[in-house]
Design a protein around this ligand. Structure first.
Ligand code: ZN
Length: 446
């Protein structure tokens, strides 16, 4: 009997807890409106289209996005700058289409996944009880596509009419370098016809309550150093052996790398503000059927580096170091140092960076709009990696990297990439402010 009483007591406690949990769940879900639920559904639908490399489903993604564009009343065009790689452009013409337009860019593709390492399937867009939506691309950068569209839908519904034309581009291949995507687009006549005055592209999540904004990308360069010399018996000590000279170069570059890294470790520079030099390959030795000929010093050797350079740096400084110390001709060395994509200067010879001061009128419009939306902006940064924005900056067009995700762990390219529903929804509101401000930006300003 006593036992029965106690288990009955336990049962009522359990019931009470269940009731409280239900109430809590009900109160959480009731905080999400019907419209917001529809916006989350749309985000999940886009995330369920597998656009991860190596075989992104571009056709399904562009058909989904263009049907959304239709439902909003946007003009839709699909370009094929490369076969099977559609680039979708949605447009809302401004009342004065002669003014430079604004372009909102996002990429359709995402990086591959290792499904076994995920706690939820990476293309199911599972939303857990905390509101976290798990999917590849949830942060990088499918959130932007749906946020742009939903902000435009809300602006349309409010009766807003833009002064400047608004274009939204959904581009392929960003994650594999953008050569067949944004690079082709930015060089095209179709792009020139848009007369783009300002671009918004992807940024990165912020673990704090301040939005991050990026005004430049660190740019990828390749450095290949080759050394030649007389071959010699493995037992001989002599000057000018190819690999001895190559090793001196490798050591000098390693010291330079350490010095740059120290600046980051000491907190004097952000990692995106220094030059990173990382060894990618080393090629030397005389092959034999069992490995390498071990009693011969080879007559040539080669080492390759991935170099990332902030556009604020003068690359001439690196060339001088190479010429004079690291790979001098006096030691039979040669090198190639070349950009993989846009150089550090735009087509007008200016650094490939967007001004974030009063010299750039778009900047203050953007900054004020973020503040008006109730947000805070952290100090503008250089992005350590690259985005499609660099192809637009090449034409001297101001472009900012911005993904409105505050209090969010940075999970791009990681297992269990996810984004909280409330953060996603807040982003739509932020874009409503930004897009209406930018597209209303009066003439004579830019
Ligand atoms: Zn991205």
């Amino acid at each position: 009997m006593a036992i029965q009483l106690s288990s009955g007591g336990q049962r009522s406690t359990t019931l009470l807890l269940l009731l409280l949990l239900l109430l809590l769940l009900f109160s959480t879900s009731s905080a999400i409106t019907e419209l917001e639920q529809a916006q989350i559904d749309l985000f999940q639908q886009y995330l369920r289209i597998n656009t991860a490399h190596p075989s992104p489903d571009y056709a399904a993604a562009t058909s989904f996005l263009s049907s959304q564009g239709h439902s909003i009343g946007l003009r839709s065009q699909t370009f094929f700058f490369s076969p099977n790689k559609p680039l979708l452009l949605l447009s809302w013409p401004g009342s004065d289409p002669s003014l430079p337009s604004i372009l909102l860019n996002s990429h359709i593709d995402s990086v591959p996944v290792e499904p076994s390492k995920w706690s939820h399937p990476p293309f199911a867009a599972h939303r857990d009880p905390h509101g976290r939506i798990f999917a590849r691309g949830s942060q990088d950068d499918k959130c932007l596509a749906v946020q742009y569209l939903e902000a435009l839908r809300a602006l349309k519904a409010s009766g807003f009419s833009p002064l400047r034309s608004i274009h939204v581009s959904f581009v392929p291949d960003e994650e594999i370098g953008g050569a067949d995507g944004a690079a082709r687009f930015a060089e095209s006549d179709e792009f020139k016809e848009l007369n783009v005055g300002f671009v918004l592209d992807e940024g990165q999540a912020s673990p704090t309550d301040e939005f991050r904004v990026f005004y430049a990308d660190r740019l990828p360069w390749s450095l290949i150093v080759k050394a030649v010399g007389s071959p010699g018996h493995g037992s001989r000590l002599y000057d000018g052996a190819a690999l001895e000279n190559l090793m001196e170069c490798v050591e000098a570059i390693a010291r330079f790398r350490d010095n740059q890294f120290d600046l980051v470790k000491e907190g004097l520079r952000a990692s995106s503000e220094v030059i990173s030099v990382n060894t990618i390959y080393m090629k030397a030795g005389i092959p034999s059927p069992t490995g390498f000929v071990m009693n011969m010093q080879p007559s040539e050797g080669e080492v390759g580096y991935d170099v990332r350079v902030p556009p604020t740096v003068d690359i001439g400084f690196l060339r001088t170091r190479l010429d004079e110390e690291w790979a001098p001709v006096t030691r039979n060395m040669t090198y190639e140092l070349f950009p993989r994509g846009p150089k550090l200067r735009d087509n007008g010879g200016r650094p490939l960076a967007t001004a974030t001061d009063e010299s750039n009128p778009w900047w203050s419009v953007f900054e004020k709009a973020v503040i008006a939306s109730g947000g805070k902006l952290s100090k503008p940064e250089i992005l350590a990696s690259t985005t499609d924005a660099r192809f637009m900056r090449q034409w001297g067009i101001p472009a900012l990297g911005f993904s409105p995700m505050t209090n969010t762990p940075i999970l791009l390219h990681e297992h269990n990439e996810h984004l909280k529903d409330t953060v996603f929804l807040k982003g739509i509101k932020v874009y409503e402010h930004i897009i209406s401000a930018l597209s209303s930006f009066p003439a004579n300003s830019s």
